[in-house]
Design a protein around this ligand. Structure first.
Ligand SMILES: [Zn+2]
Length: 84
């Protein structure tokens, strides 16, 4: 399983999301530490594995209002690690 360090994600959010959650402005986030991939099809008529691109994302949830969003990890510089 590919994971991220939640503390590094929190540090990134504190630096980049200066006003906290965009809906309630609270800054108490739950970080899903597992890495997910959004699958992007090059051709919408096929689901051939070779035609797919991936966007690495993690889930971030506001513990106050429940707003849940995806963060594109490839744009953050946050490193991942493998853990079983
Ligand atoms: Zn919120």
């Amino acid at each position: 399983m590919i994971k991220v360090d939640p503390q590094k994600v929190i540090q990134h959010l504190q630096k980049k999301w200066k006003s906290g959650c965009p809906y309630c402005q609270e800054s108490d986030f739950g970080i899903e530490h597992c890495l997910y991939n959004l699958t992007q099809a090059k051709d919408p008529t096929t689901l051939k594995k070779d035609d797919l691109n991936y966007v690495p994302v993690i889930l971030i949830s506001c513990k106050n209002c429940g707003n849940t969003t995806l963060l594109n990890l490839s744009l953050t510089g946050i490193e991942v690690f493998s853990e079983s």
